[in-house]
Write a protein that binds this ligand. Sequence first.
Ligand SMILES: [Ca+2]
Ligand SMILES: [Ca+2]
Length: 337
Amino acid sequence: MNFCCHDDYTDTGSFDLNDINIYSAHQSWVLQGKPLASEDDSDKAELIQFKNWYASKNALGQLPNLSEEIKFLPKMDCGDFTETGSFDLNDINIYSAHQSWVLQGKPLASESDSSENECTKFTNWYDSKNALGQLANLSSDIQHLPSLQADTVVHTINGDVPRGGDADAIIVDVDAEGDTAGDLLVSFDATAAVHTNENYAGENRIKAVELVFDNIEFVPTSEADTGLSLNTSEKQTLIDEQYQDTLGNKTLNYYYDYAMRTDGTEPRNNKSVIGFIDTTANGDGELKTNLGTLVFRVKKDNWRKNTEISNDIKIADVRIWDETCEVERYELQGGCG
Ligand SMILES: [Ca+2]
Ligand SMILES: [Ca+2]
């Protein structure tokens, strides 16, 4: 999910009743199979089709007046607040309640919520109002909040996610100071991985990651000490201690034979791939949001530049596998548009 969208359908820079009416009507339009107001609309853009349909229903008194023009349609990535893969009544209730929460100055259900993330604050407030019978029951959990076009982050239940993912999805750096001087650092924002299959219906789990370098060789100093470690938002792990293949063997996997490259297209035996296999030790992979930002560290004795090719340290290819592990299923996206 890269949130390259927003939930201000009138483009006014704020949430108001028009937006709720549009959101709610749009959902019913989608559920009805996107009926056209007239046959002439069949080759028009979806926004026009919806606007004309709304106007036709409004003329019949079946939809409320709007005081602002419809400028954007709800998009699944942003407008599916429960992340169930479809628009439903829960989403309408969340959208509507969120607007009233914002208008009230984002009150907290309890003082102890002040250190919680924004999505949790709203969820707890919603629950407190629901307990009083003032807001409808939800049958799915709130996963992220509505956002405005100017917002640089989207508030999710796991914290804030930059809109469009991290612009520098892969950052390669060499630690210059202290005990770790000379270590190779690779930072990878797992939340910026967007599934390439539009019909993917999985849970956005990442099973495995391979990073292909053009001009770096990795050098194991011993079988036990791979020199590789991995930080996620929750823990630091030495890769050789944590990750095993399906036979229970350690999977450092430098892929010596697999990774022969010269300029990123032609094979050459320079040992340039890190295989980071099985984020959950033979499980189904880990949720992108749980992985957060992965930081790989390669100790200074365990890598060297192949200056024959270039002095630049760079990653040529990123292969991110989903829980099926059958084909490459994600690509990194930074920024929108
Ligand atoms: Ca608006
Ligand atoms: Ca939903």
